[in-house]
Design a protein around this ligand. Structure first.
Ligand SMILES: [Zn+2]
Length: 209
């Protein structure tokens, strides 16, 4: 006879949907999906520390990327520094104006809102305090924004554009470009360590998102 399985003790891998029976990770332990190795659960202090550190780093990098020079162009006797805002507003005007908003949303606004929502959710938990009001809603919001954060596609677009411009002017990349590259690297690390289920359990909710 097969024993009945309690559905509340099952956890689905967010990447491949394989079901596992849930258990708590010990200190320093990380439980991974048996099929695709995605992290399902990691010990509480590490899950919170890593995600909070990544989110705070991203807030700093995004704000820095807005104000430092993005690219420098030199040619025909003139030299120009362009910030990310200048690069974005280059799309502006006429029919392409909405594109400015869409690109700004994907590379600045959405990553910033997501990092902000994660910091809001995790900051009190880091110090063992009760979650702030609406923390569960903020965490659900952060998770729903994850697929829409697309700075890496923008960076690839910039590199392709630079290859084309390289013949006409001398182009060098400014600190803001490297800040966006660092942000993408931090996001990759965050995805690697991110443990939604652990955080939902700390928030006292079902892992429904
Ligand atoms: Zn999996």
């Amino acid at each position: 006879m097969v024993a009945a399985i309690d559905p509340s003790r099952l956890i689905a891998c967010p990447m491949c949907d394989l079901l596992h029976s849930a258990r708590s990770a010990q200190d320093g332990e990380r439980i991974r999906c048996a099929r695709c190795r995605t992290v399902l659960e990691s010990s509480r202090p590490k899950a919170i520390d890593r995600t909070l550190a990544s989110a705070a780093t991203n807030v700093i990098l995004i704000i820095g990327a807005l104000f430092f020079p993005f690219i420098k162009l030199e040619g025909a006797g003139s030299r120009q520094n362009a910030t990310l805002v200048d690069a974005l507003s280059a799309f502006g005007g006429g029919l392409t104006a909405p594109l400015v908003l869409v690109v700004a949303a994907f590379i600045v606004i959405i990553p910033l809102m997501r990092a902000g929502a994660l910091c809001y959710t995790l900051w009190p938990l880091r110090f063992g305090r009760r979650p702030y009001r609406h923390a569960a809603r903020a965490f659900r919001f952060a998770n729903s924004l994850k697929p829409w954060s697309m700075a890496e596609i923008f960076i690839i677009g910039v590199v392709v554009a630079l290859v084309k411009v390289a013949g006409m002017a001398e182009v060098s990349l400014g600190p803001a470009f490297w800040m966006l590259v660092a942000m993408v690297a931090v996001l990759v690390l965050e995805n690697h360590n991110f443990c939604r289920w652990t955080i939902w359990r700390i928030l006292g909710q079902d892992s429904t998102v």
